[in-house]
Ligand binder design. Structure first.
Ligand code: GAR
Length: 206
């Protein structure tokens, strides 16, 4: 049975499209049930709709008045995902901190992609951080989402060499190419039930 995915985005959605391509080409045994964005103008929402995928803007504003507004928003997002039969949540350029309220609804069923070799350069602007640090190699990481930001067990990584001439744009573009390969591969391992946690190490079963 295809793994039922819910994809959370905030922007352009190129990782989402790479995932949809992998599904279409038979490299990923999954189905995207719904795409959710916290930004109304996320280009990825339109791209998803063009491909016949349900795409929803969930406005954080109405929740801002409430007590525990972040948790309340996350419970609403989680409920929507559950209503669509989502088994596995895919953070793909979702630029909002996910609270434990949502993580607990999908324990070990939520993945994120981050544009650095974690644990180096967590948080925002990872590519800029790598350049400013003077790193010679960076890359991208797919990891399980746990309560610490960008801290969960690493599923797979790809390295990208940094050149002297690199700018944030050129480095980001080369990392993004790797992201588009890596995320569908990680999700396929998930779909095949081949990811096993041992402590904070993820073993890939043969
Ligand atoms: C990607 O580079 C992704 O790794 C990054 O945002 C970009 C989204 O691109 N995510 C983070 O920085 C999360 N901390 P996309 O919308 O085209 O997939």
């Amino acid at each position: 049975m295809a793994l039922a995915l819910g994809v959370l985005i905030s922007g352009r959605g190129s990782n989402l499209l790479a995932i949809l391509d992998a599904i279409q080409e038979g490299r990923l045994d999954a189905i995207v049930k719904v795409v959710v964005s916290n930004k109304a103008n996320a280009v990825g929402l339109e791209r998803a709709k063009e491909r016949g995928i349900q795409a929803v803007f969930m406005d954080p504003k109405p929740f801002a008045q409430k007590e525990n507004s972040r948790e309340a928003y996350d419970v609403a997002v989680g409920t929507l995902l559950q209503e669509h039969g989502v088994e596995c949540v895919v953070l793909a350029g979702y630029m909002r901190i996910v609270t434990p309220a949502l993580i607990r609804m999908f324990t070990w069923k939520m993945l994120n992609i981050h544009p650095s070799l974690l644990p180096a350069f967590p948080g925002l602007d990872a590519q800029r951080q790598a350049l400013e640090w003077g790193a010679k190699v960076s890359g991208c990481s797919v990891h399980f989402v746990t309560e610490g930001v960008d801290e969960g067990p690493i599923i797979c990584q790809a390295a990208v060499a940094i050149n002297e001439e690199d700018t944030v744009e050129t480095l980001s573009a080369r990392i993004l190419e790797q992201e588009h390969q890596l995320y569908p591969q990680a999700l396929q391992l998930m779909a095949q039930g081949r990811l096993q946690l041992e402590g904070r190490t993820v073993q890939v079963l043969q």
